[in-house]
Design a protein around this ligand. Structure first.
Ligand SMILES: Cc1ncc(COP(=O)(O)OP(=O)(O)O)c(N)n1
Ligand SMILES: Cc1ncsc1CCOP(=O)(O)O
Length: 528
């Protein structure tokens, strides 16, 4: 070691406390699964794991020889001790060897969580990976239905596989896929006594090519698909997925983003898996997932995107990208050397909308400027605009096939990993990443992403050739340099130009910081 400390993948201040993740589960003497796999995962993703051991298992890569449950007293001593000094940002539960341990944990957590609720404080998310069988097939958990019901009262996210779903819903058969009738009816039964979210894992489904999981959160269901990894060294996949999920939640990611990160982390770990003994080996450990090929495809069950379409590419670098709400702005700003601009018309009459879009297209054609029309894709097609900018919700309603077939470019808004996993495979003409800083221009349902996350998103998108990135939200002359340094190809601004005392001057000043955006690296030569 050269004395340097490892950096948290999502922070550059190693002296800061890392988010704590409590790992409640069994020890695997072989080191492939259980608390050993959990600890590796939490560390790799930038958290600090604390352990509450529920059982000692004697296992190697071939066989499970014995399970020794701790006593409820030993369990409670560990929980109380951690609670006194090391408060968790998330809790992951794995193996619960018997009913007495499950009940002791459920009661302890119910009491502990009620203290948060009485202060109206947010509770740390509790994730339960309900392991019943080791991958060798040996039984790890024998729980009464009453203890399962009590546990489900204190759990926020459940991560069963198909066998565990059948166990939890007391069905007499195991479904063969996460979204067939059998699985859906078992989920319905489970949801009668579980209020939280479910990540149903499809690793044991009958699809030889893909591994598809189902994320059920409130009324929304999404399919999360990745190529199936057919290697034999796959001990601890469930533990790794659930502890990655807990860590991403502890780091402050939204649930869909945390699920996406966890799935990408697992895919990367499977790709890097290695042999240990004579049986199934262990998963590799490699830190924050960065390659798009490790990220799953995220699809809404009801509105999957048509991924076979080919959108036209940009013809110039994006550069400084003003987003304006009236044609008058185009007339003022176009002569100043803008390469890309967006007309984001809100609250206009139908007649005015059409008039402005038609004039804007003609004007930008004269100046050879890349004009994106926000939302109004029918009018953009009608007047042959350079491109359309759509939000995530708009994607389901718009005729993407017509946009692609008519040669219009497509820009898409994203607000995190799950949305990126949804739209990166679509290969739009650019991807907007927002909002980076607080903004007063638009009420945002999400939190600002900040520069660190922006940097991660930019690097991830850079692994998909020809899809440049644009940063948006709260960008002004105080922070634009730092934004440009993340490697984004465009910087979209609204108020820093249109609310400036001298908009033309503000635009020219901001442009000066964007020179680096004019020099696209070789990989993007086929399309900016
Ligand atoms: C470059 C760029 N990024 C994001 C947005 C936001 O678009 P959308 O999600 O469609 O929301 P509204 O603009 O309609 O409020 C954008 N317009 N441009
Ligand atoms: C439309 C939009 N989408 C995400 S943030 C944003 C507003 C950006 O405006 P500003 O540059 O004034 O923060």
């Amino acid at each position: 070691m050269n004395g340097q400390r490892l950096l948290n993948p999502h922070g550059d201040a190693p002296a800061e406390k890392l988010p704590l993740v409590w790992l409640i589960g069994g020890s695997d003497s072989g080191g492939g699964a259980g608390i050993q796999a959990d600890l590796r995962t939490v560390t790799a993703l930038g958290g600090h794991g604390c352990t509450v051991v529920t059982a000692i298992t004697a296992q190697n890569s071939v066989k499970l020889n014995a399970v020794f449950a701790v006593t409820p007293q030993q369990l409670l001593a560990q929980l109380d001790t951690l609670d006194a000094d090391l408060p968790p940002a998330a809790i992951k539960i794995g193996q619960l060897p018997d009913t007495s341990i499950a009940l002791a944990l459920a009661n302890w957590l119910a009491h502990w969580l009620s203290k948060f609720r009485s202060r109206a404080a947010e509770t740390p998310p509790v994730i339960w990976d309900p392991v019943i069988y080791a991958s060798s097939g040996a039984c790890l958990s024998e729980l009464s239905s009453d203890s399962i019901r009590q546990l489900l009262q204190v759990v926020d996210i459940l991560t069963p596989n198909l066998a565990e779903l059948s166990w939890l819903s007391q069905a007499d058969s195991i479904a063969t896929a996460v979204n067939n009738e059998q699985a859906l009816s078992q989920l319905k039964v489970l949801r009668q006594h579980f209020r939280g979210d479910i990540l149903l894992k499809g690793g044991h489904s009958d699809d030889p090519l893909r591994c598809t999981d189902l994320w059920c959160s409130g009324p929304q269901s999404s399919l999360i698909t990745a190529p199936r990894h057919n290697g034999e060294h796959n001990r601890g996949t469930g533990c790794t997925l659930a502890s990655a999920l807990a860590t991403a939640l502890a780091l402050g990611f939204t649930k869909p983003d945390a699920v996406t990160i966890a799935r990408a982390y697992l895919q990367q770990a499977l790709r890097l898996s290695y042999p240990t003994g004579n049986g199934a080996g262990s998963l590799g450990v490699a830190g924050w997932p960065r390659q798009q090929t490790d990220f799953p495809l995220w699809q809404d069950v009801t509105a999957p995107l048509p991924l076979q379409l080919k959108f036209a590419r940009l013809t110039q670098p994006i550069g400084l990208y003003p987003v304006v709400d009236d044609l008058q702005w185009l007339i003022r700003l176009l002569p100043l050397g803008v390469q890309t601009i967006q007309l984001r018309l809100k609250n206009k009459t139908a007649v005015e909308l059409e008039r402005q879009i038609q004039s804007a297209v003609e004007l930008c054609r004269d100046y050879q400027i890349q004009l994106f029309i926000n939302d109004h894709w029918q009018l953009a097609i009608k007047y042959q605009a350079f491109g359309v900018h759509l939000g995530q919700e708009d994607l389901a309603d718009a005729d993407l096939t017509a946009i692609a077939d008519k040669g219009l470019r497509l820009g898409v808004s994203t607000h995190g990993y799950a949305e990126l996993a949804r739209v990166l495979p679509l290969q739009p003409s650019y991807i907007a990443l927002g909002h980076i800083f607080p903004t007063n221009t638009k009420q945002m349902p999400s939190k600002p992403q900040g520069l660190k996350r922006l940097q991660h998103y930019v690097r991830l998108c850079a692994t998909v050739p020809g899809v440049p990135t644009v940063a948006i939200g709260g960008i002004d002359e105080r922070n634009i340099q730092a934004v440009v340094q993340t490697g984004v190809r465009g910087v979209a601004v609204v108020s820093a130009i249109v609310a400036a005392p001298q908009p033309e001057k503000a635009l020219q000043q901001l442009q000066q910081y964007c020179h680096a955006l004019q020099l696209p690296p070789g990989v993007e030569r086929d399309g900016y």
